[in-house]
Ligand binder design. Structure first.
Ligand SMILES: Cc1ncc(COP(=O)(O)O)c(C=O)c1O
Length: 384
């Protein structure tokens, strides 16, 4: 019997990252560096705040856009790190970055509309558009002299009258690319002129190695521009499993978002949001410590892979991923499967991230140097 499932949903492809992960699942001793998260558990002071809130009986429905204390903490956070003044009405707490993305596409995309995305990028973002019956147009970053660059003319040329969203993750996953401030400004101005949403995904904005924070679109957008910044507690505070994030939007959008959050999740969990307040207000030492751990991991894998004869490494200035090519291995999926099976190291195939990703593997270095060293020892015979 054919179940009554919408065609757009039937046609969604499985993530090729998950495909490699499944292949490795249960293999004894496998070192999985193919998933986008660190190996540290959430710090205790954050967990304690959730626990206390639960014991205090904060187990009821709450404000759809998040508890006021968390919205205030988030406004102060944007002011402290980017000097951006964000009115309370512009903030909505979401069930992580992913939920924010779905809500945004519910607002922006009719069947037949399109989103122009800077790729390669985390493929779940594409699915949010496809679920709405929209089309994803990718504009690939150019990899030159071991760095990634965006050709803005190409990005703007890909837009037409059905373009409703320009999406870029900066810093990017899988590339670690950081959009320069002048490009951010130019996209804001283009979107203002054309009345297109600019969705700037800033979930890695604190994980940057050559300056204190990555540029934020909120430094350049006026409060009523069609600009949305998506953010998350997942990576910065080691909270991937909590499913907690936020978005900053133009003021006029907040009643719409509030309504959609009601109909998607009926609002988030108050006890998780108490923990998020603790993360923001007391989490800076942890953020700094974690960043140093990631820096050590990055330096180790860059140096070790860089020393392997067939490997061409791309520099990464942010996030916790390293992209590399292997001479004579154009098919990233085939190579990722071979390395899971034979080297017992899991990595994500670049092909999973859309145009511009094929030919690369993505390694997540958010792990101990001991584990990363062991992974490098295992890879060396295959990549030398
Ligand atoms: C670029 C990018 N955006 C958004 C997310 C969503 O993260 P979460 O839903 O855990 O907040 C991820 C997760 O890997 C990501 O890489």
């Amino acid at each position: 019997m054919n179940l009554p499932i919408r065609q757009q949903i039937e046609e969604l492809e499985d993530s090729k990252i998950v495909d490699v992960w499944r292949r490795g699942f249960g293999k004894p001793g496998l070192i999985m560096l193919g998933v986008g998260e660190g190996d540290l558990a959430t710090p205790k002071f954050i967990a304690d705040a959730a626990y206390k809130s639960l014991l205090d009986g904060e187990t009821f429905y709450t404000h759809k856009r998040g508890i006021p204390e968390l919205r205030q903490a988030l406004a102060a956070y944007h002011k402290k790190h980017w000097g951006a003044e964000i009115a309370d009405e512009r903030i909505a707490v979401t069930s992580a970055g992913m939920n924010a993305m779905i809500v945004i596409m519910e607002i922006a995309i009719n069947a037949g509309d399109n989103m122009v995305a800077v790729s390669p990028v985390w493929p779940n973002i594409f699915a949010t558009v496809e679920i709405m019956g929209g089309e994803v147009r990718m504009v690939a970053l150019v990899n030159e002299a071991a760095h990634w660059h965006l050709d803005l003319d190409k990005l703007f040329a890909a837009c037409d009258s059905r373009t409703k969203v320009i999406y870029a993750a900066s810093p990017g996953n899988p590339t670690g690319w950081v959009m320069p401030a002048d490009q951010m400004q130019a996209i804001v101005e283009f979107c203002r002129r054309k009345n297109i949403w600019f969705v700037c995904d800033e979930v890695y904005s604190r994980l940057i190695y050559d300056r204190p924070v990555a540029p934020s679109v909120l430094q350049f957008a006026k409060p009523d521009d069609p600009v949305i910044a998506v953010n998350s507690f997942s990576k910065t505070w080691a909270m991937t499993g909590w499913r907690l994030g936020w978005m900053v939007m133009p003021k006029a959008l907040h009643p719409v978002v509030e309504r959609l959050l009601e109909f998607n999740t009926s609002g988030g969990q108050p006890f998780l949001q108490r923990a998020a307040v603790a993360a923001i207000e007391q989490g800076e030492p942890f953020v700094a410590e974690q960043l140093e751990r990631f820096r050590a991991g990055r330096d180790l894998v860059t140096q070790r892979l860089g020393g392997m004869k067939r490997v061409k490494v791309t520099q990464t200035d942010a996030a916790f991923y390293l992209m590399f090519q292997v001479d004579g291995e154009p098919d990233s999926h085939k190579l990722a499967i071979k390395l899971v099976d034979e080297a017992r190291v899991g990595m994500a195939p670049g092909a999973a991230f859309g145009t511009g990703g094929e030919g690369f593997l993505r390694l997540c270095f958010a792990s101990s140097t001991k584990r990363l060293s062991e992974a490098m020892d295992r890879l060396e015979p295959f990549l030398n």
